[in-house]
Write a protein that binds this ligand. Sequence first.
Ligand code: ATP
Ligand code: MG
Length: 378
Amino acid sequence: MRDFFGGLLRPRVEALGLEIGTSNLKLVELSGNPPSLRGLAIRPTPPGAIQEGSIVEPGALANELREMLGELRTRKRYVVTAASNLSVITRTLQVPKMPLKQMDEAVRWEAERYIPFPIDEVVLDYSLLDSHETIPDGEQMDVVVGAARQETVASLVETLKAAGLEPVVIDVKPFAGLRTLGGRLKGTDREPITLFLEIGAESSALVLTRGERLLLNRIINLSGKDFTAAISKAFNLDPVAAEDAKKNYGLATIPTEDEDLLLDFDAERERFNPARMYDAIRPVLVELTTELRRSLEFFRVQVGDLGVDQGFVAGGGSKLRSLVPLLADTLGIPLEIADPWQGIQVDKSKFDLDYLRGLSAEFAVPIGLALRGVSPLD
Ligand code: ATP
Ligand code: MG
């Protein structure tokens, strides 16, 4: 799972972490072991450059990326990046135990049933969930497979090359985010069940693990953009104004009297009063919580009635005020915002820690990608 679509080129050099998000481009440079932060950059994705997970304006994206490289002042040109959630399909499937070198063909053959496009038009990669030696002969092996259309991967690679970048690994976003949880996936007496929820601008991803073993990975087509759209409709605002209103006045729980009292009576605040804001957003919240509950239900049926021990939330969409406590409450799972900076050395004289902390949600995936770039790329 650590090196999806990694057959491109794998030199043993450090690589940058890059997330091309629908809303933000994020670039991180880590170096050394233990990894330390060398630089980071975030800037808005040119509007419309990515649509439903596909790159539609490679030139505009490449320009931004080139400028970000300038901002970082790095000579590194190798990158670990990820395909959009909407363009990747992941599935766990079983194949009988066999020698590793026979697996390519067997997995491809088995995966064909799950992939909605012709198998010869996809780039496919896979990873064993257990180490090969530990699986007894004659048993089935669990394999997680990731597939994307060749044209999707090709347009991503072309965009990167146009920016002067050389992709070494194309990962799956939620798996990269998981990497930032590091030691928190492991337990002392037993392996904890961990939930990781990433709410981006275009899509969200729900992952469950037992220890470091993947149990479930679901892409959910509800995210930041849906909150913005609901606000845009309710208050009759253009997308940019709706986005601003969401960040300034958005609210995911029924406003308490206290919050009402906190309001000044200026016209802007009156317009976006918490009760109206909550009414606008509520249908999206209901859909999101229903979808999450359904996925957890599916998991319970498959795996047995096991409780989730801990949960971490990431992605800019999770910054909607009161969203994390609301989700924790409705799902009955302790949730906190993931801290991707833990385990990374940061020179306080070079970086503003409050600034970094403020971007924890957005940087979970890019840091996970950058971490892949500082471990030996084999
Ligand atoms: P994707 O990975 O889905 O393509 P992305 O990586 O570009 O998207 P992020 O950078 O993680 O997305 O987050 C951007 C999203 O977070 C936007 O939808 C934005 O509106 C939302 N967001 C950021 N800050 C806040 C806030 N304070 N309140 C509500 N939403 C916020
Ligand atoms: Mg994202």
